[in-house]
Design a protein around this ligand. Structure first.
Ligand code: C5P
Length: 233
């Protein structure tokens, strides 16, 4: 099979409250988008990496120019992003279907532009663990903290047993045909796995890593900056 990647980068990053979408915030002079693309571009087994940005977004080209020359050959930017993450990913799949001609059995990895900490080893582990799998799976982490449900007024309404609970990360890697069908049928989902689950497809949990957290708040950005230090993409 062939492997492709779709990176949805059409969000506005409202929770971070910055004046640019969060994928364009910088750590050590390099955008979160470019950091997030780096491990995908280093993985030679991924044929093409498709970045989905919002229509009219001109920052993506600049962000991608920061990447090393050779890596950019497998990179494509399409301005077909939609109102939700699911819309942006689905638009990316349709673009893949048209252009390189992604087959039903080929694999697509969907990775957030706001996860700059993905390591080469976690990416390789995802691929290895899904070798021969009929549908696909995702990187995820078992919940280590005790989980509370909040009630009105900020007091605890319940403690939720954490046994069997995992936090979903990306990349999420699925067969192209089933993923496209699942996303077309389930517009309400917040990740690809949820669409596949709704279709009763088997979805494998593969051990992720803490450093692959999603940058959502200013606190996350500070933490990621400390983690990435001054390494260069
Ligand atoms: O907002 P959230 O953190 O869930 O976004 C996850 C990823 O999905 C980000 O990379 C963001 O740019 C992308 N996204 C998108 N289109 C949207 C909303 C989010 O591509 N309409």
């Amino acid at each position: 099979p062939r492997f492709f990647a779709v990176v949805p980068a059409a969000g506005v990053g409202a929770r971070l409250g910055a004046d640019v979408p969060k994928q364009y915030l910088e750590i050590a002079g390099t955008s979160l988008l470019a950091w997030s693309l780096r491990p995908l571009l280093r993985a030679a087994w991924i044929e093409q990496v498709l970045v989905v940005v919002a229509p009219g977004d001109e920052r993506a080209a600049r962000a991608c120019a920061a990447l090393a020359g050779g890596a950019r050959e497998r990179l494509r930017v399409v301005a077909v992003g939609g109102a939700t993450r699911r819309d942006s990913v689905l638009a990316g799949l349709l673009a893949l279907d048209r252009d390189p001609g992604c087959g039903g059995h080929d694999w697509v990895l969907v990775h957030d532009a706001a996860r700059p900490g993905l390591s080469d080893s976690a990416l390789a582990r995802l691929r290895d663990r899904l070798d021969g799998h009929p549908a696909g799976g995702l990187l995820a982490l078992p919940v280590a903290d005790t989980v509370k449900r909040a009630g009105a007024g900020g007091e605890v309404a319940a403690t939720v047993p954490r046994e069997g609970l995992w936090l979903a990360q990306t990349p999420q890697m699925f067969r192209f045909g089933p993923l496209r069908a699942a996303l077309e049928r389930h517009p309400e989902v917040t990740d690809e796995a949820a669409a596949m689950e709704a279709q009763r497809e088997p979805v494998l949990l593969v051990a992720g890593e803490r450093r692959n957290f999603k940058v959502t708040t200013r606190d996350d950005l500070d933490m990621m900056a400390a983690l990435l230090g001054d390494a260069r993409p």
